[in-house]
Design a protein. Sequence first.
Length: 256
Amino acid sequence: MSDSSTSQTDGDEEKIRHLHAELKRYKPKETLTLCPRNPGIPYGLPEYGEETRPESNEWLLPNFDPTIDQPDHEAQVEVISYLKGDIHRDALVLLCNITKAPSIRHGAHHPLVPGRKFVLKVYNPTFYLSARTPSELANQSLSREANAYEYFYNQGMTGHPHMVPQYYGSWALKFDVSEPSRGSRSPKTRRWRCAGAILIEHIQGLSLEHMCKRDEGGAMNTDEAFLPFPDSDSVSGSEKKGIPLNEMPARLKVFK
């Protein structure tokens, strides 16, 4: 094996170790502090215009400054489990329990209730594997989804009995990644790694991932989506009963 091949292999292994270390920040039983963050403007698609984008800042997360503490506006969650999460799967989706709600109410989202379960969707650029700038791709996706939820919330169209889950706000997570100063009397320079997130209602049930199959290329095939009845899990695969969702009447029956 050539030196260049060995160097590349070592680099790949180091990157994998870094990704796994980053993922551990969100492992079950970890407590995460959510800092308030304005979602800003939606951008990243041609419909918004090529020049529509927020002003960049040194923290790589628009509309957020990690050096500002706002304890009365912050929330804390304890991670229960991964609903969707991997080192190569873009946004992380976490099932969480609210352990601390902000003492000051924010009108742009529904109030948080300690002790209840919520879904935290984290747009950490580290897990975005793309030829484009990972932080840019993550922040674009976050800006669009957060603004969509905020719009529906302001229109009174989130939560029961509506189809859109209840919206609990746009947030930021910040992690102190400062390295200790060695042999220096000067204080260490604070460095932060930031990630945007949204908090939404946890709705029990099957996801499209569980109801659909994927083709050889990994694309989801919704034409054969199948919703099994709750008591069909104990039945063998060929005899499972449920509702095929490839026809409009069946889909409307589910929405009832």
